[in-house]
Design a protein around this ligand. Sequence first.
Ligand code: NDP
Ligand code: GUA
Length: 496
Amino acid sequence: MDTKTSPLAQLNDPSLLKTDGLINGQWVAGSSRFDVHDPATGQKLADVANLSPQDAEAAIAAANAAWPAWKTKTAKERSIILRKWYDLLMANQDDLGRIMTAEQGKPFPEAKGEVAYGASFVEWFAEEAKRINGETLPQFDNSRRLLVLKQPIGVCAAITPWNFPLAMITRKVAPALAAGCPVVIKPAELTPLTALAVAELAQRAGIPAGVLNILSADAANSIAIGKVLCASDVVRHISFTGSTEVGRILMAQSAPTVKKMSLELGGNAPFIVFDDADIDSAVEGAFASKYRNAGQTCVCTNRFYVQEGVYDEFVTKFAARVLTAKVGNGFEAGVNQGPLIEEAALVKVQRHVDDAIAKGGQVVAGGKRLSSLGSGQFFEPTVVAGATADMLCAREETFGPFAPVFSFKTEQEAIDAANATEFGLASYFYSRDVGRIFRVSEALEYGMVGINVGILATEHVPFGGVKQSGLGREGSHYGIDDYVEIKYLCLGDIQK
Ligand SMILES: NC(=O)C1=CN([C@@H]2O[C@H](COP(=O)(O)OP(=O)(O)OC[C@H]3O[C@@H](n4cnc5c(N)ncnc54)[C@H](OP(=O)(O)O)[C@@H]3O)[C@@H](O)[C@H]2O)C=CC1
Ligand SMILES: O=C(O)CCCC(=O)O
């Protein structure tokens, strides 16, 4: 790291910059290292421990050894530790945000927002730890009593993506810890520094050695570590956020050990604007939903469907709104769109835009790479009108700042187009008609529906998808379900 120019030179607490993995409470340097870069400048930020499959075995063993003591703490004891972790995350919001912007690229205010969002899962599950209630059931014979216990599932693994380097960890790890499970985390190669700083704060909060382990690794070692986590009989649950393709691999690899899985995979979110919508509100919602994190969010809108009667008005107002966006280094004041995570992401966005243009789409904003901003991976916020179903963007997740706008005539046509995908994570629509609101909400084959809003996630709602967008729900009181096993007790002879 160049200590003069690196954004990480300005941390209030430089000891949060951890570059080794964490196994059994010890920082582990690994036998090789990999570099982490700033996507806004290309500058090297740090070299990080490239942990191996053998390290993964050690982390699993450490977690398993730490499990008995962790699960026998009272719920309140675990809750107090989690609450302390939450307080430390919030007390270090600036530094965590700075590390995140440096390695991930999202604007600094948005990064600090993610710190608060990520910390909110720790706060929420610190409370939920105390509400993992069992049940008594009516007996079928008066000499018996029937009970249901909820017990921690065991060692859990969390494999997390680069787009939310903090929140995707806490959304998985906090319910696991609350339920009494130890965890092994495998963060993304591109954003390990945020994850390691979060682990350092977990240590400071008093999470015992072995209860939270973190395996930083490059892409090749990540694949090898993934195989170890899936093959292990000790690991009883894997939670993954990332591409559908990798989700399928992890599921297949986990079949021999019949693991429980929580999968939060790709989306292809539709955003429908009906004739009766408040168009100004729809434009704001569309902007927030599409360009948050430069479009690199699984719940970001991928396809806009606008009814004929308001199509021209929506496109004109939306393009004007998009042209107000300021693109640049996330540390620069006023910037609301940072760089894309890597060159391959730019190539994918350009491929989708070029394909749309070749098939008759009209560019009304943006359309190309922003090379005026130096070596960073910046793409203009883009809107293309006249989108059609044969375009790549109709079926593939772009994961970037490109908004194709399709038109439709009838409500049924919009519903059919929205559902014509193997994905089913988030969907959005704008309407002021109460009957339509219920009809369309019920007809959309999605795990989440935003009505007259463009952003819908928070810690106490169930986040997750249907179809090939995944399994399970994260956050909310449902979010703990995957981390407990249900045990039925049938107690007889009670009359004796
Ligand atoms: N649902 C979502 O939120 C996300 C969706 N995506 C989608 O996926 C596309 C590709 O992004 P990408 O980052 O490559 O997503 P991946 O699904 O490849 O990566 C997500 C996580 O899984 C790890 N991983 C990758 N392959 C394996 C494997 N075989 N075994 C175990 N772990 C593995 C990655 O490690 P490493 O980083 O070290 O390779 C990372 O930690 C994006 O363009 C987007 O469309 C991406 C991120 C999040
Ligand atoms: O892209 C993702 O998988 C993270 C979801 C962000 C959110 O919780 O809104």
